[in-house]
Ligand binder design. Structure first.
Ligand code: ANZ
Ligand code: ZN
Length: 951
C-alpha cells in the first residue's frame, strides 16, 4: 500500500471529475427528482476565502453529493457577487481598477473553491459585474419602474461618511454602517427606492410556511413590524386642519392628555402662522433635524419638546381641548407622524408628561387578582426606599388618592391618601405642620399644601373638602381638583393618613400594592378599562374593538395597520455597481433608457475615489446622451445600484445562465424553484433574505416566474471563531487561511474537520489539534483498505455496519454531520479491532464517507478495482433485519413536554444517552440560557430535562 498522498490524489480527482462533467444539472430531466442546492455566492474580496466561509460551502457540497447519490438531479452552482464595496474598497487600497481587481480575485477564489473539491456545475458560473448579467439587473430595474415599483423620492436617508454613500435602512446596524461600522448620519436627499412595502403583508405571511430557523423568521417578522390598531382624527380647534394619529391602543382614548406632532412634519409648517411661540418652535425643529431617527427613538433618551402655543385639539369623544406639542420621539416616517399621548399607559409619553408636568389620566387598572399583594407591597416598598435614599426624598404618598396627587387622576372612589414618612421625626414634623394649617369645616375652601412627590416634583393640591382635619375621615365634594395647573376629577370621599413607614400594613388589600406599583413609575399596559365612559369594565382587547366600532360609526376613525418596513433605498454614490438605467432630460425630466439600449455599460473614464458625489458624474460618456423622448440633450443617471440588488436574483440566473434574450427562462426557473436547501449566514435576516423574497414576488407578479417563495428550506452555518474564541478578523491576527491547512492536511481533512467541530449552526472555535485527530482518522481509512478480506464475516461488525447506514443516512438528511462522523469512526475502529474488513462492507463505508471526504473515497474506490465514479454510485441501503433490536426510539422531553424523538442504541448508558441528547440542535436550542436542574433518564424509553429560567 502506498502512502496517503492527498496532494496528488485530490488534484487528480478534481481534474477527472471536471472532465467527466459529473456535476451537470439537467433541466427538464423528469426521470429524477430535482434538488436545488444554494449557497451564498462570495464577494471575491482580496483576502481570499477563509475557513469561516468554507464551512457553509462544505455543508452545502456534502448535501449536494448526498442528494446526487440518492438519485436526485442536483442544481448546485457558483458565481461571483463581484460588484460592490468590498471589491471597490480593496481596489482603491491597492490603487487598481475594481474591474481588474475583481477578475484577479475571482481567479484566486476559483482556485480555492476547486481545491476543496466542491462539486459545482461550473457551466452555470455567473458574475454580477459582467455586462451579460447586469444588463438584466438594469432590465429588471426598468420593469420595476414601469410598474411603479421603482421610484424617486426625497427623504431623510442614512449616510455613511466613511463609505461616502447612502445606505438602505437594512444596512444600518445599531446606528452604524453594516460594512465599515462607522456612524451613520441622516441627510435629506432625493434617491431611488424599490417599493418593497407593497409586499409587506405577503412577506410576513409567507414566512409561516417556510422551513427556516424560527429565530430568523422572527427576526424578519420584527423587521417588517406589523402593528394593528386605528387611525383617529382629532380636529384642531378653530381650524379646518386636523390631526390624524395612528394608535395601537384605541382602548386608551379617554386617557389622552396631549397630542404630539413629529417636529419636521408639514403640518407644523401649515400651522406656523397661528403658533404663538413660532421662534421657539423653529429653533427646536433645527435641533431635531440634526439627529438621526435612531437617536430620536431611543427609549432612555431624555425627552424634549415644545408646546405649540395657540393650537388646541378637540378630543373626538369628550370634546375637551387638549394641548398640542412637537417632540422628537415622534417620528415623521412612521404611521401618520402624529400621536395621541397617553402618559398613563405608554412609557415614553409618561416620561414626557413627567418632564413637562402634563396631566396623566389613568384609564386601565390591573385585574388585581393576578397579583400577590404581600409580595408586591414589600417589593414596592423596597424599591421606594432605594429611590428615596438616592434622591433624598423624605416621604411617599401611596394609596388610592396618591394617584390623584401624583398623576392628576383617580381610578377608584372612596380611596385614601397615605403619606408614608420614613422616620419618626419626619412623621412628627409633618403632622404638626399640617395641624398648624387651618382646616375649618368650610365647604368651599381649598385645601392647599405643598408636598414632595416621589419624583421630587412639587405638587400643589387644591380641593374642596368638608373635614375638620386631614387625619380623619374627610368628605371631598365631587368637584374638580386643581392639580399643578390642571383640573382633574376627584373622589367624593377620601381619607388622608400620615403613617410611619412601619405602620404601613403589608397585609393590606391588594389595591395598596398596586398603588405603589403605579408610583414606581411603571406603566400599566393592559387591564380592565376604567374612567372611560362606554368602555368601562371591558378588557383592553375588547375595548379596542369597541372603540374602533364607535370611531367608525362617528366618522372620526377607522381600523388601520402599519408596518415598520420602509421602501428599499437602492441608489448609491459609488462607482462599482450597475448604472441605473435612467436618463435626465432638461425638458422631459427622468426618462427610462430603452430596453434595446441595455446594457448601459459602466464607464471607464471615471475617477472612482469616493467623494460623496457619484463618480459617474465625472464620466464624459455619461454627461451627454440623447433623450429618448424628445431627442434633446440629456445626461445619464450618475448613481449605481446597491450590490444587494444584484444578489436579489442570482439564484434565478443560475437556472438559465446563458440566456441571451431575458434575465432567465421562465420554464427553467419554474423547473428548479423553489430552492430545496439554502445555507447562509445568520447576518442576512433583514438584508438579502428579505430583498430576494421581494424580487421573487415582484417577478411573479410580472409573470416572469411562478413560485412566490424562493427559499423553501434554509439553514445557517455558525461562525468559525479564531483559536482565541474571537471572531476571525485580520486585525486580531486569528484568521485561518484554508490554503495552508489544505497544504498540510489535505482538503478532505479540512472538510471533515469543519463538520466535526460541532453542530453546523453553532459558533465554534478553530483548533489545529482537532484537525490532527481527523487527519489520523483518514490515515486509518487509508491503511485498513490494505486489510480487505473477502471472507471476513462477523455478525457484530455486520450489524454495526447496518446500524451505521441507518443512523448516518438520517443524520445526513438533518445535516448532523458532527454526530455522523463519530458513527463512522466507531465503525472503522471496530474493523481495526478485528483486523480485517469485508470488501462489500468497506465499499459501503466509502460511500457513506464520500460526501464528506470525496477525494480519498474516490481514490480507494478505484484502488479496489472499481471502474465507475463513487460519486455517481447509489446510496447504500441497510438491511432492516440487522438493525431491529439494535435501536429504540427514545422520547426526549423538556420539562415534561415531548420535544423530540431520537433513535438510540438499546441499552445505551445513561451518560451515552445524555451525550446524544445534548448534542441535538433542537434540544440545545431549547435549554440555552436555562439552568438545568435535573436530567431524568429512563433507559431505552425517555429522557426528561428539567430546567429553570436563569436570572
Ligand atoms: C396611543 C397609545 C397608548 C400608544 C398606549 C401606545 C400605548 P408600534 O407598536 O411600534 O406600532 N406612535 C405612532 N406613531 C408614532 C410615530 N410616528 N413616532 C413615535 N411613536 C408613534 O407603536 C404604535 C404606537 O406608537 C402608537 O400607539 C403610538 O402610541 C406610537 F398606551 O397611541 B400609541
Ligand atoms: Zn460605510
Amino acid at each position: 500500500m502506498n502512502e496517503y498522498n492527498f496532494i496528488e490524489i485530490e488534484k487528480r480527482w478534481q481534474e477527472k471529475w471536471e472532465q467527466a462533467r459529473l456535476n451537470e444539472a439537467l433541466t427538464n430531466d423528469v426521470t429524477r427528482e430535482k434538488f436545488y442546492s444554494l449557497e451564498t455566492f462570495p464577494y471575491p474580496s482580496g483576502a481570499g476565502l477563509h475557513v469561516g466561509h468554507s464551512e457553509g460551502y462544505t455543508a452545502e457540497d456534502i448535501n449536494a453529493r448526498f442528494s446526487r447519490m440518492n438519485g436526485k438531479n442536483v442544481l448546485y452552482s457558483i458565481g461571483w457577487d463581484a460588484f460592490g464595496l468590498p471589491t471597490e474598497n480593496y481596489a482603491i487600497q491597492v490603487g487598481k481598477n475594481p474591474k481588474e481587481v475583481a477578475s484577479l480575485n475571482i481567479i484566486n477564489f476559483t482556485r480555492q473553491l476547486k481545491m476543496f473539491g466542491f462539486s459545482y456545475d461550473w457551466n452555470r458560473e455567473i458574475n454580477t459585474s459582467d455586462p451579460s448579467y447586469y444588463r438584466w439587473t438594469q432590465w429588471l430595474f426598468l420593469q420595476f419602474y414601469k410598474r411603479g415599483l421603482a421610484y424617486r423620492h426625497k427623504a431623510p436617508v442614512n449616510w455613511c461618511s466613511s463609505c461616502k454613500t447612502v445606505l438602505a435602512r437594512e444596512q444600518v446596524v445599531d446606528g452604524n454602517c453594516e460594512r465599515c461600522k462607522n456612524i451613520v448620519t441622516q441627510r435629506l436627499m432625493e434617491q431611488w427606492f424599490f417599493r418593497i412595502t407593497n409586499y409587506a403583508e405577503e412577506l410576513l405571511s409567507g414566512l409561516d410556511e417556510l422551513d427556516w430557523p424560527e429565530s430568523t423568521k422572527e427576526g424578519q417578522r420584527n423587521w417588517i413590524g406589523k402593528s394593528e390598531g386605528a387611525r383617529v382624527v382629532f380636529a384642531i380647534h378653530n381650524s379646518k386642519v386636523s390631526i390624524e394619529v395612528f394608535t395601537t391602543r384605541p382602548d386608551t382614548l379617554f386617557g389622552v392628555t396631549y397630542m404630539i406632532v413629529a417636529p419636521l412634519s408639514a403640518l407644523v409648517d401649515s400651522l406656523m402662522s397661528r403658533i404663538e411661540n413660532a421662534d421657539e418652535v423653529a429653533r427646536y425643529r433645527v435641533d431635531v433635524s440634526k439627529k438621526t431617527e435612531l437617536e430620536r427613538a431611543h427609549l432612555e433618551k431624555e425627552k424634549t419638546g415644545v408646546c405649540l402655543q395657540g393650537i388646541l385639539c378637540v378630543h373626538p369623544i369628550t370634546h375637551e381641548l387638549i394641548p398640542v406639542w412637537i417632540a422628537d420621539y415622534v417620528l415623521e416616517s412612521y404611521g401618520t407622524g402624529m400621536i395621541m399621548a397617553v402618559p398613563a399607559h405608554d412609557e415614553r409619553d409618561y416620561a414626557f408628561a413627567q418632564k413637562f408636568n402634563l396631566p396623566i389620566h389613568q384609564t386601565l387598572c390591573v385585574d388585581s387578582s393576578v397579583f400577590d399583594a404581600t409580595e408586591l407591597t414589600l417589593n414596592a416598598l423596597d424599591h421606594l426606599n432605594v429611590v428615596a435614599e438616592r434622591e433624598g426624598i423624605m416621604m411617599w404618598i401611596v394609596g388610592g388618592l396618591a394617584c390623584a396627587f401624583h398623576v392628576g387622576f383617580v381610578y377608584r372612589k372612596h380611596a385614601d391618601i397615605d403619606v408614608v414618612v420614613r422616620t419618626h421625626e419626619e412623621h412628627d414634623r409633618l403632622v404638626s405642620a399640617l395641624l398648624a394649617e387651618k382646616y375649618t369645616s368650610v365647604r368651599e375652601k381649598a385645601f392647599t399644601k405643598l408636598l414632595k412627590s416621589p419624583k421630587g416634583i412639587e405638587i400643589e393640591i387644591g380641593a374642596y373638602h368638608r373635614a375638620q382635619s386631614p387625619f380623619q375621615d374627610e368628605d371631598f365634594s365631587d368637584e374638580k381638583m386643581f392639580l399643578n395647573g390642571h383640573y382633574a376629577r376627584v373622589v367624593s370621599r377620601a381619607r388622608c393618613v400620615v403613617l410611619k413607614q412601619e405602620q404601613l400594613d403589608v397585609r393590606q388589600e391588594k389595591k395598596d400594592a398596586l398603588d405603589m406599583r403605579y408610583l414606581n413609575g411603571e406603566v400599566m399596559k393592559e387591564g380592565v378599562v376604567v374612567q372611560s365612559d362606554f368602555l368601562n369594565g371591558l378588557t383592553s382587547i375588547v375595548a379596542c374593538e369597541t372603540m374602533i366600532l364607535w370611531l367608525g360609526q362617528h366618522g372620526t376613525g377607522k381600523r388601520a395597520i402599519e408596518y415598520r418596513l420602509r421602501d428599499w433605498l437602492v441608489s448609491r454614490q459609488r462607482y462599482w455597481g450597475a448604472p441605473i438605467p435612467m436618463i435626465w432630460c432638461t425638458s422631459c425630466g427622468v426618462v427610462p433608457v430603452a430596453e434595446e439600449d441595455l446594457p448601459i455599460l459602466l464607464p471607464d473614464d471615471v475617477d472612482f475615489t469616493p467623494t460623496g458625489e457619484p463618480p459617474l458624474a465625472s464620466s464624459s460618456e455619461f454627461a451627454t446622451v440623447i433623450c429618448p423622448t424628445c431627442g434633446g440633450s440629456a445626461r445619464r443617471d450618475y448613481e449605481t445600484m446597491d450590490t444587494f440588488v444584484d444578489s436579489s436574483w442570482y439564484f434565478l440566473r443560475y437556472c438559465s445562465p446563458q440566456e441571451k434574450d431575458r434575465p432567465f427562462n421562465r420554464a427553467d426557473v419554474d423547473f428548479w424553484l423553489p430552492i430545496d436547501l439554502y445555507v447562509i449566514g445568520a447576518e442576512h435576516i433583514a438584508l438579502h433574505l428579505l430583498y430576494a423574497r421581494f424580487f421573487t414576488k415582484a417577478c411573479a407578479d410580472m409573470d416572469l416566474l411562478t413560485v412566490r417563495e424562493p427559499f423553501k428550506k434554509m439553514r445557517h452555518q455558525g461562525l468559525i471563531l479564531g483559536n482565541d474564541g474571537q471572531k476571525m478578523s485580520k486585525s486580531r491576527g486569528n484568521v485561518v487561511n484554508p490554503d495552508e491547512v489544505v497544504k498540510e492536511y489535505g482538503a478532505d481533512a479540512l472538510r471533515l474537520f469543519l463538520m466535526f467541530m460541532g453542530p453546523l449552526s453553532e459558533s465554534k472555535p478553530w483548533s489545529i489539534g482537532g484537525i490532527k485527530g481527523i487527519s489520523r482518522f483518514l490515515e486509518k481509512v487509508w491503511r485498513i483498505s490494505g486489510y480487505i478480506n473477502d471472507d471476513a464475516t462477523n455478525e457484530t461488525t455486520k450489524k454495526l455496519l447496518h446500524k451505521t447506514i441507518q443512523i448516518v443516512t438520517a443524520d445526513f438528511k438533518e445535516m448532523r454531520y458532527n454526530t455522523l462522523i463519530s458513527r463512522l469512526m466507531i465503525l472503522l475502529n471496530e474493523w481495526i479491532k478485528v483486523g480485517k474488513v469485508a470488501r462489500a462492507d468497506f465499499e459501503i463505508f466509502l460511500k457513506l464517507l464520500h460526501p464528506l471526504a470525496p477525494h480519498i473515497t474516490e481514490e480507494l474506490w478505484h484502488i479496489m478495482g472499481n471502474e465507475s465514479y463513487i460519486m455517481t454510485e447509489k446510496w447504500p441501503e441497510y438491511n432492516p433485519q440487522l438493525t431491529v433490536d439494535a435501536q429504540v426510539l427514545m422520547v426526549i422531553q423538556v420539562n415534561g413536554k415531548v420535544r423530540a424523538k431520537q433513535m438510540m442504541d438499546v441499552g445505551l448508558s445513561e451518560n451515552g444517552i445524555k451525550e446524544i441528547v445534548f448534542q441535538m440542535e433542537k434540544i440545545s436550542e431549547l435549554v440555552k440560557h436555562k439552568i438545568i436542574s435535573n436530567v431524568i433518564v429512563v433507559k431505552d424509553k425517555l429522557v426528561n430535562i428539567v430546567t429553570k429560567e436563569t436570572y
